[in-house]
Design a protein around this ligand. Structure first.
Ligand code: NCD
Length: 320
């Protein structure tokens, strides 16, 4: 993953947060900060990716992630192509590699990939000549989500280290949780995970988190409450008795939130299931909820990632 060129960012691809060092994370967040300002200006366009081709290859549905990657590429002046790939009956490995080789022949500079299988994006990165960004692979990693969450927290709180962050809900199926755990631990925050035993990965404490099954105890004194969606599409069988019961024990409402610090921030990567993992009064609380700010930070973070990775690319066309 390393590259010798000194661009301030030492990676050729962005496949996950695991293994990234604090300077690389801070580099991306600092760069993203500058794009937040640019995105609030009237002229939002730059030309640092002019001449570059970005292909967004999404094997799974997406709203925020795909639109923000598209906007990010366009604001940097790249030509952006969106490919929504329907699931095929061909075996997944073959489909993925065939698609990758076809796209590679068109000389893209960046491939942004979301895939339902953990590890698929890493595999693809070994087959193509361009930079690859993981936009979510199975329940493995979703690095740009963790970066945008970190940017949101850092801008609100001025720092990441020392923040106590509770990640709540369906931890088992969540690539958002995994990437956030790696990032927050690397940057010196303290992470608690809260959820029912059925939705908690085995040995999760080995990632350096405090595990809670009682939401009230887990939320006591935290700075940040990060809620996760129940990922029904990844569940085979019953992981929760009923949605009503789930909300009763693990849904964030004003009463459970009152156990966190009085100024604790509420986060959610979206899409939200209102009344399942979060109550509308909490999700829409203008003083505490930063859910819309997360979406805004998503564009800036993705611009920073595209910018940092394309600095490594050669400036002249290479033969296949
Ligand atoms: C998340 C994802 O796709 O992993 N959403 C997102 O990227 N905004 C979380 C989810 O789907 O619940």
């Amino acid at each position: 993953m390393s590259d010798s060129a000194d661009t301030g960012f030492p990676h050729r691809h962005l496949l996950g947060i695991e293994g990234m060092l604090p300077p690389a994370i801070s580099f991306l967040l600092d760069l993203a900060d500058t794009y937040v300002e640019q995105n609030r200006a009237v002229d939002k366009k730059k030309s640092s990716l002019r001449g570059r081709t970005q292909v967004n290859l999404f094997f799974e549905p997406s709203t925020r992630t795909s639109t923000s990657f598209e906007l990010a590429g366009k604001r940097l002046g790249a030509d952006v192509l969106n490919m929504a790939v329907a699931r095929s009956s061909v075996s997944k490995g073959e489909t993925l590699i065939d698609t990758a080789m076809t796209l590679n022949a068109m000389h893209p500079d960046v491939l942004v990939v979301r895939h339902q299988d953990s590890g698929a994006v890493h595999l693809l990165s070994q087959k193509v000549g361009c930079a690859v960004i993981n936009a979510g692979d199975g329940s493995h990693e979703h690095p740009t989500q963790a970066l945008l969450d970190a940017l949101t927290i850092r801008r609100r709180r001025g720092r990441l280290d020392g923040q106590v962050v509770a990640i709540c809900g369906d931890i088992l199926h969540s690539r958002v949780a995994r990437s956030n755990i790696h990032l927050l631990n690397t940057m010196g925050a303290c992470v608690r995970v809260i959820g029912p035993p059925t939705l908690m990965p085995r040995n999760i404490e080995e990632l350096g988190v405090e595990v809670h099954h009682d939401m009230r105890k887990g939320l006591a004194g935290v700075d940040i409450v990060m809620m996760l969606r129940l990922q029904m599409e990844r569940m085979q069988g019953a992981y929760v008795p009923s949605l009503r019961e789930y909300f009763h024990f693990y849904g964030l409402d004003q009463e459970k939130l009152s156990l966190a610090k009085p100024d604790a921030l509420i986060m959610h990567p979206g899409p939200m299931n209102r009344g399942v993992e979060i109550d509308s009064t909490v999700a829409d609380d203008i003083n505490r909820s930063v859910i819309r700010e997360q979406v805004e930070m998503g564009v800036a973070v993705r611009m920073a990632c595209l910018d940092a990775l394309t600095r490594h690319l050669p400036n002249v066309g290479a033969p296949l």
